[in-house]
Design a protein around this ligand. Structure first.
Ligand SMILES: *[C@@H]1O[C@H](CO)[C@@H](O)[C@H](O)[C@H]1NC(C)=O
Ligand SMILES: *[C@@H]1O[C@H](CO)[C@@H](O)[C@H](O)[C@H]1NC(C)=O
Ligand SMILES: *[C@@H]1O[C@H](CO)[C@@H](O)[C@H](O)[C@H]1NC(C)=O
Ligand SMILES: *[C@@H]1O[C@H](CO)[C@@H](O)[C@H](O)[C@H]1NC(C)=O
Ligand SMILES: *[C@@H]1O[C@H](CO)[C@@H](O)[C@H](O)[C@H]1NC(C)=O
Ligand SMILES: *[C@@H]1O[C@H](CO)[C@@H](O)[C@H](O)[C@H]1NC(C)=O
Ligand SMILES: *[C@@H]1O[C@H](CO)[C@@H](O)[C@H](O)[C@H]1NC(C)=O
Ligand SMILES: *[C@@H]1O[C@H](CO)[C@@H](O)[C@H](O)[C@H]1NC(C)=O
Ligand SMILES: *[C@@H]1O[C@H](CO)[C@@H](O)[C@H](O)[C@H]1NC(C)=O
Ligand SMILES: *[C@@H]1O[C@H](CO)[C@@H](O)[C@H](O)[C@H]1NC(C)=O
Ligand SMILES: *[C@@H]1O[C@H](CO)[C@@H](O)[C@H](O)[C@H]1NC(C)=O
Ligand SMILES: [Zn+2]
Length: 712
């Protein structure tokens, strides 16, 4: 899945947790002066060693385009098309990875039929098509088997009622409606996309007694590239096609991901199955296009407080309406959603090159399943990159090279419903992974636009930055930039923080370091039709990445990063930076507790724990520079490999034990966007319980001390 926008710059803020929930208007703008200011630190063109050069030069935009064409011309909704999984395994095998399919039996549901109509008080009605237009220019949009517009894991049901516009459907939006005396009890909620993960919009509406939910795309999320601003719509131009619909899962992602019937254990055939209601909705929901949202919004104009009176950030979008809350008396929506649920096989592809040291492993993953026949960006730009990466490592192997550490390539299935393929695989292999895993490199949407968008645990920042300096990036007409220059020109060096929304999640919450790698557009680039029928090869080759340059750059970066993690004598993990970042997060936490008036919470123990961690990190860093023997290196590598396991708390976070990392978690009410020190933070913001916050200060400090101890 992966959210729509760059997480890049946003950290814990004084009174609100933002993150991927932010608008595209907050997307960082590239500053060429900042980009080049650090050039003296880097060489241009970069100097590569022999093996790096083999990898980098192996990436070819023609073959990338070929893999992209293949994936984006196949029906590959989660749990379908085993032959595409086999094709992936065959390519990896051909290039030297021993590859095969692993099957899990998971609960998924598929769309059977749906309808939505609007009835006016005068008795006339309007019927939504719930369809995206077939475009003569874009071949796959004409395929007869195109995937209907629907929500994965949505409930079967009919609902007919007056309806209320609820903004982005976050808790704060419903609280604002409460304050205005508007209830959704017994009504249908009409919500905008954007902000929190869509499943949480449905969860919030359900908890307030709504009987159905309709979620629409708003052109306010498209930056400046809109028809209203004079841009032609796809396929004639870069603006959004008015009929485009965002499919997607409505699982309650921030409670737990994975197969909802097997929380905490792998979905093998015949295992006991749990009740799915803690993480899937009980009320039906449907996604619609902005074109079909227009009459629904119009009908609410002049009923209930207008958007201006509601006066909340991101309440009013860019469609032609006042974004009034409604309800409009006697104006009703009638919707029906029929789904078929079943336990069904999914196929992960796993490819391996054994390292000389087999108790150390790096996992490079990408999901394969898409909501539509295309999926050219989400996720198959990443899939094309992984095939090309396998080819590059194949070339390196032909020179006689073997990695020190085992490399695993993974093509996950059913990520889109809720990270199923990766979560079941991690649960299936947990004891081994806890002993052996160094890091998970995740590539979901490798590219939907030119701006790099990276998030990672702090130990990976340095090696990732060093790697970026080795990759030339022909970017927006510049021919003298490295990927590092571009990234720095966008972020000023500030790293994104991991929340959730892609397959690194289950690794991270078992204490395995992770980096999420991709690139996307700014508010001035062609609109990316996320989870829509227009995420196609045609879009990619005309607008998204016509020359496959972005694919190539992301692929080269992943390959060189992987190469160093798998090959360097001492693992290139920067533990000291963990201490630096923890301190930054700590300072933000303290500021936040102050603005929240959580005066009784004493954080001294947490600060001490970070200082303890600092001392251990400094000690191992000097040990690394003093090391000479292989035996010493092996001992240090074991510590570097294992220290981050310390950050997980055995019982997990309050009311969501799946999420165990004490430093990072997706926000309970955001789903994608991260919160820092989530146990402490949410004790205040979600539970208003300072006793609980104090308990989490102790637990968080204890976990950081365990991590420190693992370095000693
Ligand atoms: C839209 O254009 C205006 C004016 O050029 C600019 O200030 C703004 O940053 C742009 N917004 C986005 C999202 O790019
Ligand atoms: C699976 O994908 C392949 C590759 O595009 C395609 O040839 C095949 O028809 C698809 N199978 C099904 C059942 O859709
Ligand atoms: C009923 O009301 C709707 C909305 O105001 C309007 O568009 C439609 O023309 C009306 N139909 C009739 C038959 O008056
Ligand atoms: C909207 O809210 C802001 C603060 O949240 C306030 O300063 C402003 O006066 C409000 N505007 C209106 C029109 O109520
Ligand atoms: C906006 O909608 C109103 C009717 O509510 C209509 O009169 C007006 O022409 C529309 N404006 C645009 C720009 O479509
Ligand atoms: C890799 O190592 C494992 C465990 O030692 C072994 O079972 C497997 O056959 C090896 N694979 C290859 C391709 O050498
Ligand atoms: C890089 O390229 C830009 C424009 O392409 C040019 O203005 C600038 O002087 C170049 N800088 C260096 C250091 O080569
Ligand atoms: C590959 O890149 C080159 C140079 O940018 C470009 O001329 C060529 O058209 C690209 N090929 C493909 C298949 O996109
Ligand atoms: C914290 O207390 C101050 C002073 O009493 C008050 O103005 C502010 O609204 C309070 N903040 C919160 C988040 O409750
Ligand atoms: C940890 O070390 C970093 C620098 O290495 C320093 O900036 C930070 O203040 C230290 N934190 C604590 C809590 O001592
Ligand atoms: C606050 O948290 C503490 C510690 O977990 C718990 O014992 C207590 O019941 C909670 N209080 C409320 C009001 O939920
Ligand atoms: Zn994805």
């Amino acid at each position: 899945m992966k959210s729509l926008c760059a997480c890049g710059l946003v950290l814990l803020q004084a009174s609100a947790v933002l993150g991927c929930a932010k608008d595209i208007s907050e997307h960082a703008i590239f500053d060429p002066h900042v980009a080049l200011a650090k050039r003296q630190e880097t060489q241009f063109p970069p100097v590569l060693d022999k093996n790096e050069a083999i990898l980098v030069n192996s990436f070819d935009n023609t073959t990338l385009e070929e893999w992209s064409y293949y994936y984006a011309h196949s029906y590959h909704l989660a749990g379908t098309n085993q032959s595409l999984a086999q094709w992936t395994a065959d390519r990896w095998t051909e290039f030297g990875f021993t590859s095969g399919l692993i099957t899990y039996y998971v609960y998924l549901n598929y769309p059977v039929s749906h309808s939505l109509s609007l009835s006016y008080p005068n008795g006339s009605t309007w019927e939504a098509t719930l369809k995206e237009d077939a475009l003569p220019e874009d071949d796959v949009t004409n395929w007869p088997n195109s995937v209907p517009t629907f929500h994965g894991y949505s409930a079967t049901g009919d609902a007919e009622a007056e309806y209320v516009y609820v903004g982005r459907g976050q808790k704060v939006d419903f609280e604002r409606l409460d304050a205005l005396g508007i209830s959704v009890e017994g009504k249908i909620a009409l919500a905008r996309y954007g902000g929190p993960f869509r499943g949480l919009k449905v969860k919030n509406a359900q908890e307030r007694g709504a009987i159905g939910v309709v979620i629409f795309t708003d052109t306010a999320d498209d930056g400046n590239v809109t028809e209203a601003n004079g841009y032609a719509a796809y396929p004639h131009g870069p603006a959004r096609n008015p009929s485009s619909v965002q499919r997607g899962s409505v699982q309650f992602l921030s409670t737990y991901p994975g197969d909802p019937t097997t929380p905490g254990y792998a979905s093998h055939e015949g295992v006991p199955r749990a009740d799915i209601s803690p993480v899937t909705p009980q009320i039906p929901s449907l996604p619609i296009s902005y074109r079909e949202a227009q009459p629904l919004l119009w009908a609410l104009d002049n009923y209930g407080p207008s958007g201006a009176e509601v006066n909340r950030t991101n309440w009013v979008g860019k469609l032609n309406a006042t974004y009034s809350t409604g309800p409009a008396p006697g104006t009703t929506i009638s919707l029906s959603n029929v789904m078929e649920g079943k336990i069904t096989p999914i196929w992960d592809v796993i490819g391996v090159i054994n390292g000389t040291s087999q108790d150390e492993v790096i996992i490079v993953g990408n999901h394969r399943d898409a909501w539509i026949i295309g999926g050219a960006a989400d996720p198959n730009s990443g899939s094309a990159v992984l095939v090309e990466l396998a080819k590059a490592f194949g070339r390196l192997q032909k020179t006689g090279w073997q990695p020190k550490r085992t490399i695993i390539l993974a093509s996950w299935d059913a990520e889109e419903y809720g990270l199923l393929g990766s979560t079941e695989w991690v649960e299936d292999n947990l004891p081994w992974l806890k002993g052996a895993a160094i890091a998970n490199l995740n590539v979901d949407v490798a590219t939907s636009g030119p701006d790099p968008d990276f998030s990672a645990t702090p130990d990976l920042h340095k090696i990732a930055e060093e790697t970026m300096k080795k990759i030339v990036y022909p970017y927006r007409g510049y021919n003298n930039l490295t990927l590092y220059d571009v990234w720095f020109g966008l972020t000023k060096g500030e790293w994104g923080v991991l929340g959730s929304g892609s397959d690194y999640t289950t690794f991270l919450h078992n204490g395995i370091s992770a980096i999420d790698i991709g690139s996307g557009g700014s508010g001035e680039d062609p609109v990316y039709h996320y989870h829509s029928n227009y995420d196609t090869f045609h879009w990619m080759t005309t607008l998204g990445d016509p020359e496959y340059t972005q694919h190539k750059v992301i692929g080269q970066f992943v390959a060189v990063l992987l190469y160093h993690l798998a090959t360097d004598e001492v693992l290139p993990l920067d533990v000291e930076n963990y201490g630096v970042q923890l301190t930054e997060y700590y300072e933000k936490l303290v500021a936040t507790l102050e603005t929240e008036n959580a005066t009784s919470v004493d954080t001294a123990r947490l600060e001490e724990a970070i200082a303890t961690f600092n001392a251990s990190a400094a000690a191992i860093t000097s040990a690394i520079s003093a090391t000479s023997t292989e035996k010493e290196q092996a001992a240090l590598n074991t510590k570097l490999k294992l220290f981050s396991r310390g950050f997980v708390s055995s019982g997990g976070l309050p009311n969501r034990g799946f999420y165990k990392h004490v430093v990072f978690a997706p926000g309970l009410d955001t789903g994608y966007a991260p919160v820092l020190f989530p146990g402490i933070w949410e004790a205040i913001t979600e539970y208003s319980n300072e006793t609980l916050a104090q308990e989490w200060v102790e637990k968080t400090a204890a976990a950081i001390e365990v991590a420190a101890g693992l370095l000693d």
